[in-house]
Design a protein around this ligand. Structure first.
Ligand code: GLP
Length: 291
């Protein structure tokens, strides 16, 4: 896990968008895992801007969203399909056929979940998973006690999660009680993941997710098990981390972050790929020394 703390929400959001853009430029057929929530809105706005101003091309990429409410149709204003169409898909040159969310209206929800897993696997798995974090530390809708090896399934939303989502609905009682969500195990299968958290209200849960023990009570702690996971935070969301000086030091000194340290710099070579290449080079250099 790596933790990058940027001075403010705009800078954190911009960094996330630039990493995604670079991965997409390196691999136009990228399979992206996407997230929803208020935090992601500005990431999508930035990607839309990059599409318009820099020609960022979404035509060949494929997307899988983390979750969808049970009982909301795709054209319901509060469905995540509607959110994604509105904030990203209809504003860029993505092929809607390549965008996937679970169907919360499926007659057989169990079959729908199994099918979603098959669809992801059939597309070669997720290259880059974008994540937010709920107030209780959920990823997607993996509520407390979600098994660390769980797969896509239906979850009951906790009172905390329903309360967190009330402002997005016309009335509190309209917040659905259930959602289909990729499991913690499904998320951990992705090749790389980036979690974005901004704002003071995320500080306590971020500190637990990064520096606390791994527990199914907080699904985000499972990210400590992922070999290619980066948390990108603003100062406020990172304000309760004990080791923030160390995280700053890593960001300032890790070669792979070089192109991203300046506020605005050309899109550089693939992040995860570059990191793997650097690791390979160090192993080779080490072997040369030992020979
Ligand atoms: C919902 C989504 C999560 C997301 C969370 C964060 O619960 N299911 O995937 O991480 O919202 O929301 P916000 O960015 O609004 O804090």
């Amino acid at each position: 896990m790596e933790v990058v703390i940027r001075p403010n929400a705009d800078a954190a959001t911009d960094l996330v968008a630039r990493v995604i853009a670079r991965e997409l430029r390196d691999n136009p057929r990228l399979v992206m895992g996407l997230a929803t929530g208020r935090t992601m809105e500005s990431v999508y706005a930035r990607l839309v801007q990059m599409h318009r101003e820099e020609g960022l091309d979404f035509s060949a990429c494929r997307t899988f969203n983390l979750d969808e409410y049970v009982g909301l149709s795709s054209n319901h204003a509060n469905s995540y399909r509607h959110y994604m169409n509105h904030h990203l898909f209809l504003q860029v040159n993505i092929d809607l056929q390549n965008t996937h969310l679970p169907d919360g209206m499926a007659a057989d929800l169990v079959a729908e979940c199994a099918n979603y897993e098959r669809l992801i696997a059939g597309n070669g798995g997720i290259d880059l998973q974008l994540l937010g974090i709920g107030q209780n530390g959920h990823l997607g809708f993996n509520e407390p006690l979600s098994a660390l090896r769980s797969r896509t399934r239906v979850k009951i939303l906790s009172p905390v999660t329903r309360a967190q989502n009330v402002p997005l609905f016309p009335r509190p009682d309209l917040v659905p009680h259930r959602a289909i969500t990729m499991g913690v195990g499904s998320i951990l299968d992705c090749r790389g993941c980036i979690l974005l958290a901004t704002g003071e209200e995320k500080a306590a849960i971020v500190a637990k997710a990064v520096e606390g023990p791994i527990t199914s009570m907080i699904s985000a702690t499972a990210l400590q098990l992922h070999p290619e996971c980066t948390l990108i935070l603003d100062e406020a969301a990172g304000s309760q981390l004990k080791e923030s000086d160390y995280y700053h030091w890593v960001f300032e000194n890790q070669p792979e972050w070089e192109p991203f340290r300046a506020v605005s710099s050309p899109i550089a070579k693939s992040g995860f790929q570059a990191k793997r290449q650097l690791e390979k080079q160090s192993v080779e250099a080490m072997s040369d020394v030992l020979e």
